[in-house]
Design a protein around this ligand. Structure first.
Ligand code: SAM
Length: 243
């Protein structure tokens, strides 16, 4: 894979990303199935197939997530899942992904350590963080790491109020086929040989010491454990909470 840099956009940031990912920077459009693109809007991943390209770009200031962040107080289900109305929480997001859920936690005033195993997703998200940092002060309450969250959690001496788990699910329902970003994430995890049955992460974290675990699951999936303390149900997903 290569990183295609648009004219006039070569800077220190993309040189650091190229070193981190060990990928070459090029100035002619790659013909490969997937590549990165770096232009005035920042870093994007171009995936899909040669007949139908799809672009994955993270932006916290615009689009659907930007809009959700501006009205985060309306995120009733996530707020219910977190509980304790006014207390500012310290949250461990073990499946950071595109950071959407963590951004909601941060915008509600909580502090978060978020971990993403994929180097590609980490770079896309980290680039979005750098672009948004000046405009979104609560990003200072985030520690974002590229690693396996199980290893990171075991090394932490801090006590978290909640562990948040949103693993990928093996069954793609019709509705998720439309969700481009999930398919992009799947493709990226395959490229990095990280695609596996992520539900295992729930079993692993359940064995650790925790105050509260919040698991995001498809609405109709079976209960993983019977000792759920409460559930918060949305239209397509639900949160299972273990205390
Ligand atoms: C469904 S996505 C999470 C989406 C995320 N909640 C969001 O709001 O964008 C699941 C993510 O968890 C990551 N993941 C799975 N197991 C992990 C682990 N052990 N350590 C770090 N990241 C992990 C995957 O790489 C994937 O990006």
């Amino acid at each position: 894979m290569q990183i295609y840099v648009s004219k006039g956009c070569l800077d220190k940031n993309i040189k650091n990303i190229s070193e981190f990912l060990k990928l070459d920077l090029v100035t002619t459009l790659p013909t490969s199935e997937s590549y990165f693109q770096y232009d005035k809007d920042g870093l994007s991943f171009v995936g899909g197939s040669s007949n139908s390209r799809s672009l994955l770009h993270v932006d916290f200031l615009k689009g659907k997530l930007g809009w959700r962040l501006k009205r985060a107080q309306h995120e009733g289900n996530l707020k219910k899942a977190l509980g304790k109305k006014d207390k500012k929480l310290f949250i461990f997001d073990a499946t950071a992904g595109l950071l959407s859920d963590t951004m909601i936690f941060l915008s509600l005033g909580h502090k978060v350590v978020a971990v993403e195993q994929s180097k590609i997703l980490f770079c896309l998200v980290n680039d979005a963080i750098q672009r948004a940092r000046e405009k979104i002060p609560y990003l200072n309450n985030l520690e974002f790491l590229n690693d396996n969250s199980q290893l990171v959690y075991k090394k932490q001496d801090k006590v978290f109020d909640a562990i948040y788990l949103d693993p990928m699910y093996p069954i793609i329902k019709k509705s998720t086929k439309k969700r481009g970003s999930i398919n992009n994430i799947k493709q990226i995890l395959e490229i990095e040989n990280l695609a596996s049955d992520e539900e295992e992460i729930i079993d692993i974290f359940m064995k650790y010491n925790y105050k509260k675990i919040i698991v995001k699951r498809p609405l109709k999936s079976e209960k993983k454990y019977s000792n759920i303390n409460y559930q918060v149900k949305g239209k397509t997903t639900r949160f299972d909470i273990y205390i």
